[in-house]
Design a protein around this ligand. Sequence first.
Ligand SMILES: Cc1cc2nc3c(=O)[nH]c(=O)nc-3n(C[C@H](O)[C@H](O)[C@H](O)COP(=O)(O)O)c2cc1C
Length: 177
Amino acid sequence: MKRKGTAAERLAGEFKSAMRRLAAGVTIVATDGRGRPNGLTATAVCSLSAEPPQLLVCVNRDSAPNAAIARAGRFSVNVLATRHKALALRFAGATGVQGAERFERGEWTTAKTGAPVLADAIAFFDCSLVDAVESGTHTVFIGRVRAAHAHRNGAPLLYAAGAFQALARKVARKKRK
Ligand SMILES: Cc1cc2nc3c(=O)[nH]c(=O)nc-3n(C[C@H](O)[C@H](O)[C@H](O)COP(=O)(O)O)c2cc1C
């Protein structure tokens, strides 16, 4: 049987299937320009360096938060717990709510840079935007971390195999001799 699609389309499909195996922590990336908050659910978040403390976030260029982050020059990364699943769906557009309206759920406060932060996130990073690289459909935003807080216990919300997940158990530690 002949396989469907061009070679590029097949590779894109294989890329997506393989990426589904990469379990990721779920975050909300939030920004605020002139009192108008915006944000999205994002798993494409990665530590870049500790000295100086920097992280990167990949955001679709067609999304509303992409332009908002570029304009505001600041953003926060809020690490979600399993109890935040509904909020993750809301910030992923699943409820049809956009822009500032997304912030009507959850307890949002303002961080030092002026970016909104989720008060009961298990951790948050408050960043000023230092670089933005456009590549393909996405922008890689590089943030210089101005403040970082790991302030709550809680099971991290994960995304893998196309669904929200939770850690089942800790991986056993090898006994030291
Ligand atoms: C688990 C999960 C992870 C996501 N990760 C990203 C991401 O890393 N980058 C991104 O641009 N969109 C990501 N999205 C999609 C955005 O959250 C979604 O498109 C959002 O609605 C964009 O905001 P807008 O509707 O205001 O344009 C993710 C969605 C889900 C459900």
